[in-house]
Design a protein around this ligand. Structure first.
Ligand SMILES: Cc1cc2nc3c(=O)[nH]c(=O)nc-3n(C[C@H](O)[C@H](O)[C@H](O)COP(=O)(O)O)c2cc1C
Length: 323
């Protein structure tokens, strides 16, 4: 097995097993991140992807500028960029670093139309040579940690193994692996056999991501893969307490009544933040409903369905407080 190096630039303490909140477009804005940090303190949080346009002079939006500096409680914030044009990505990396960003990540996984047709996100995996040039150029500009979040391949789940030398040679500090192909989107289970094989074949620290919906699954993934840490997406959006459960500080399963109380309490606290962060009833309701798309426990699915149908914030708030 290649020797693992410990890089001082990593956004987590050497030897710890970091639990990270995944980047999720539409969800992991600064309001949700700050709530998670206050309540369950992920070891590392990520921005939603910051889209880097090739042409625009101001190549990242004003809102993204606020997102990338919004750190809370000294929890390391990794800024994720997605884009296709190396020059524009370099300019954006410089901009966010000037604003104070310390940790940068490139999205090599997004499977959705606009990104894949522009050779950004997951589609970059189809062009390994261009990718190598892009990563090397970015590495020269990035002063803090530089990581990639990658799927197992574009359409071949073994493609990642051919990319590992490229990642190590580009000076990447750590990999986040979501072991599904880009083509697969979210179909089928995440194959953490691939994650384990990646861990064994690269000297870089590997963070395992995908389908960790309970503490038991998380512990199994860590044990079976030897990963350096976990990244939690949908499971944490449904249950922020998943972080505490993985640390053994909270029982793995709540009672049915407990689940309803937890959901209400979480959504009330999030709603309060969204009411100060977002403008207008419609936007706030839409943002709240995005969280509900990830709530599936049978004990709360009825409440979630009612909440998703609410037409006003007043109705939404009432459902959260009525018993
Ligand atoms: C609604 C949604 C938005 C997402 N947005 C991003 C994103 O902005 N950047 C990214 O790298 N991955 C994004 N992802 C992928 C997640 O970060 C994660 O890799 C994936 O959901 C698998 O992890 P999970 O099973 O723990 O959710 C998104 C996923 C979902 C469901």
């Amino acid at each position: 097995m290649p020797e693992k190096h410990h890089n001082a630039k990593l956004p987590w303490a050497p030897g710890s097993l970091p639990l990270m909140l995944a980047p999720m477009q539409g969800l992991t804005n600064r309001g949700l991140r700050s709530l998670f940090i206050e309540r369950v303190r992920p070891d590392v949080v990520f921005t939603e992807f910051v889209r880097v346009k090739a042409s625009a002079k101001k190549n990242i939006t004003e809102n993204d500028r606020q997102e990338v500096v919004s750190t809370v409680g000294k929890v390391p914030l990794v800024v994720q960029l997605i884009g296709t044009d190396t020059e524009a990505l370099l300019a954006a990396a410089n901009t966010v670093q000037e604003l104070g960003a310390e940790h940068l990540n490139i999205n090599l996984g997004c499977p959705y139309g606009r990104m894949t047709s522009q050779t950004a996100g997951g589609a970059l995996l189809r062009e390994p040579q261009a990718l190598a040039r892009m990563l090397a150029a970015l590495r020269r500009e990035i002063r803090g940690s530089f990581s990639v979040k990658v799927r197992s391949g574009f359409d071949d789940p073994a493609q990642i193994f051919s990319l590992l030398p490229l990642f190590a040679d580009s000076g990447i500090d750590f990999l986040v692996v979501h072991p599904r192909t880009v083509k697969q989107m979210y179909k089928g289970p995440a194959d953490h056999g691939v994650t384990g094989a990646v861990v064994r074949q690269t000297p870089l620290p590997v963070i395992a991501n995908g389908d960790v919906f309970s503490a038991a699954i998380g512990h199994r993934v860590l044990a079976e893969t030897g990963a350096a840490g976990l990244m939690l997406g949908r499971g944490a959006i449904a249950h922020p307490l998943l972080f505490e459960r993985l640390r053994g500080r909270y029982p793995d399963e709540s009672t049915p009544a407990g689940k309803v109380d937890e959901l209400r309490d979480y959504l009330q606290a999030l709603l309060a933040r969204y009411q100060t962060l977002f403008c207008g009833e419609h936007q706030i309701l839409c943002k709240m409903k995005e969280v509900l798309c990830h709530v599936h426990d049978p004990e709360v699915v009825g409440l979630a369905r009612q909440l998703k149908r609410s037409k006003s914030l007043a109705q939404f708030g009432e459902l959260l407080t009525s018993s």
